[in-house]
Design a protein around this ligand. Structure first.
Ligand SMILES: Nc1nc2c(ncn2[C@@H]2O[C@H](COP(=O)(O)OP(=O)(O)OP(=O)(O)O)[C@@H](O)[C@H]2O)c(=O)[nH]1
Ligand SMILES: [Zn+2]
Length: 292
């Protein structure tokens, strides 16, 4: 039977096999092979009866994240805010870059528009290659647009603590409010608490994973692969790559750099380029032997 893992908790995988959810253990071979099933995985299961089963095979993944530990996320929805807590665009860009490297879509969603229109953040992303929306979990503004953007996908909500990830999720699917509240209470949401990962159904074929703060995307994702591909993870740089005067241009402050010229002309938001430079500083000195 084919199904999708919706939840992982205490060694059990909850696999949706077309309406029914089976509580499954994983075959020992996964551990021996050094892998383990993840939420979002498409799997083959063997039913044992009584609503239980075994995960036998994991289908190849489109993408996979370490934290939240989940596979096949189609889109990262980065929730940000111009009201308290104000989001630093660097945090948005850092995550957007990691997502791009993994072939995962990105949407910036500016919440709390009832309190603050987040003009600065809106201006940056409206001029970037990343789509941006304004919403309010309080008034419901922008929720229909958000629904359109997540329809038919598995999205992960991320963002700094307190921007309103859970509030937006509750707004999208009011039926869940109790469940989300219980989960938060039972497992805590403190910085050092590991929460279990779960796909919440918003509508048919539409799922959301709510993840704790930005800290979850930590340095382990800043790796040699990002170092090698950093310019390509800024989609608005793409038209200019290959047009710089010098081969091997890093687009930091080189003469004749086509990316820098585009920044100067205002075709690329300078905030996006500042984030690029900062990320480059973070990854440039990584060496193959520093990390596996
Ligand atoms: N005015 C206003 N307040 C909001 C809005 N969205 C969320 N809040 C408030 O902001 C606070 C934090 O909201 P949460 O939904 O818990 O934020 P979170 O991003 O899930 O936070 P963590 O669980 O810490 O990651 C709560 O007091 C909400 O009531 C909004 O659109 N407008
Ligand atoms: Zn350049």
């Amino acid at each position: 039977m084919r199904g999708r893992i919706e939840k992982a908790l205490s060694g059990f995988y909850y696999v949706n096999v077309g309406g029914q959810v089976l509580q499954c253990r994983a075959r020992g071979k996964f551990r021996r092979e050094g892998t383990s099933p993840l939420v979002g995985d498409w799997v083959q299961v063997r039913e044992l009866g009584g609503g239980e089963g075994f995960v036998e095979e994991i289908e190849p993944r489109k993408s996979c994240f370490a934290r939240p530990s989940a596979a096949n996320i189609d889109q990262l929805v980065i929730i940000a805010s111009g009201a308290i807590p104000v989001t630093d665009p660097y945090l948005i860009d850092r995550i957007a870059s990691i997502a791009a490297l993994k072939g995962c879509g990105v949407l910036v969603c500016l919440n709390k528009s009832d309190l603050d229109p987040a003009e600065e953040l809106y201006a940056i992303y409206a001029h970037s290659a990343i789509p941006v929306l304004r919403v309010s979990a309080k008034t419901g503004e922008g929720m229909e647009q958000l629904r359109c953007h997540i329809r038919g996908k598995l999205s992960a909500f991320t963002g700094n603590s307190g921007v309103g990830k859970s509030s937006i999720l509750n707004c999208l699917c009011p039926d869940l409010s109790l469940q989300v509240g219980e989960v938060s209470q039972a497992l805590g949401r403190g910085r050092h608490t590991t929460r279990h990962v779960e796909m919440f159904p918003v509508e048919e074929d539409t799922w959301v994973i709510d993840t704790p703060g930005f800290s979850s995307f930590d340095t382990e994702e800043l790796n040699l692969e990002l170092q090698a591909h950093l310019p390509e993870t800024f989609p608005e740089f793409l038209p200019y790559l290959g047009q710089c005067r010098f081969v091997g241009c890093k687009h930091i402050r080189e003469k004749g750099c086509a990316v820098l010229e585009a920044v100067r002309r205002g075709d690329i938001p300078s905030s996006r380029h500042r984030s690029y430079v900062r990320l480059w500083e973070e990854v440039k000195d990584l060496r193959p032997w520093d990390k596996k």
